[in-house]
Design a protein around this ligand. Structure first.
Ligand code: ZN
Length: 306
């Protein structure tokens, strides 16, 4: 049993106990109403919608095309958090703004850290110091991770609201089948890319889990695992250009949600193509569901590297 697996089992037990004590005691207060849920980012909001639908009241903080690293909570968010029963959060220092908001709102919501369900990827060595992050928070680019997250959320809903357990189970199970198919689809798509081209260069370091699960190498990025990082120096940019040339990377990728001037310049200087823009940090208008987002990114990656 790996340390992470052990941690996962332990956390599942702790969550069960937490929910059992808190929600049972609180039960009369919620007997008449629906569970009030906050999802920090739109991907988790999509999962809540799929699993729980109209059985719960959902508020999602970071909307389509939003940046979770630099999100600025509104007074309305604070009020929703104060009123919530459960919060679903990534937890790997993605939502650097959440602790403060939680405290100032006076919220008593149970914080459900979905990354407990997966084996976290340490942030690259050089980036620890720059971004002050221990783990890569972009867990969603590995569909297998999200299968674990959906199972975890299914468990949370069943325990928090046993009256609707059958609905949560049926919805989650149907969705898990779709995610299993999606994971296979991604692998099939990736198989059409020559082995030598399975190299990623992106604006910020958001595709580490994708690379680990689907067999890519992250050759380089302009900035680290958070968009909060400062702009790269001229020397960093020059080094990235050299790496792209040395590694024969055919295409590098900009992001829909961030300014792409610098990555465009890198592509020009390295003499490589700039691929279609990716969605690194969640759902967008072009891809408003998790399944859409995965297909959108994978289609762009395959097109660029095939
Ligand atoms: Zn990011």
């Amino acid at each position: 049993m790996s340390i992470f697996r052990f941690r996962r089992s332990l956390m599942a037990l702790l969550i069960a106990l937490t929910l059992l004590t808190s929600l049972t005691l609180d039960a009369p207060a919620h007997a008449a109403g629906k569970l009030k849920i906050v999802a920090t980012i739109n991907i988790f909001g999509d999962f809540v919608n799929v699993i729980a639908g109209d059985k719960v009241d959902l508020t999602t903080f970071v909307g389509l095309d939003g940046d979770p690293h630099n999100y600025e909570p509104t007074p309305a968010d604070s009020a929703k958090l104060a009123d919530a029963d459960l919060v679903f959060e990534d937890g790997l220092q993605l939502e650097s703004w959440l602790d403060k908001l939680y405290q100032s709102s006076g919220s008593k919501a149970r914080r459900m850290v979905v990354s407990y369900a997966i084996d976290p990827l340490p942030a690259p060595e050089g980036e620890l110091k720059n971004a002050g992050k221990d783990f890569d928070p972009h867990i969603w680019h590995d569909v297998q991770n999200m299968i674990e997250v959906v199972k975890y959320m299914r468990g949370v809903f069943i325990q928090a609201d046993p009256a609707n357990a059958a609905t949560y189970s049926a919805n989650a199970d149907a969705y898990l089948k779709q995610l299993t198919d999606l994971d296979k689809w991604v692998q099939d798509q990736v198989n059409s890319i020559p082995q030598a081209n399975r190299k990623l260069v992106t604006n910020h370091d958001a595709f580490g889990y994708f690379a680990r699960h689907y067999g890519f190498t992250v050759v380089g990025t302009l900035i680290g695992v958070s968009t909060e990082a400062s702009e790269p120096s001229a020397a960093d940019v020059a080094k990235l250009v050299d790496t792209i040339k040395a590694q024969n990377v055919p295409t590098i990728f900009a992001e829909l949600t961030t300014n792409s001037d610098l990555i465009e310049r890198v592509a020009k200087e390295a003499g490589v193509q700039l691929g279609d823009e990716l969605l690194p940090d969640g759902l967008g208008k072009e891809a408003p569901t998790y399944i859409d987002m995965v297909k959108y990114n994978v289609t762009a990656i395959v097109k660029g590297l095939k």
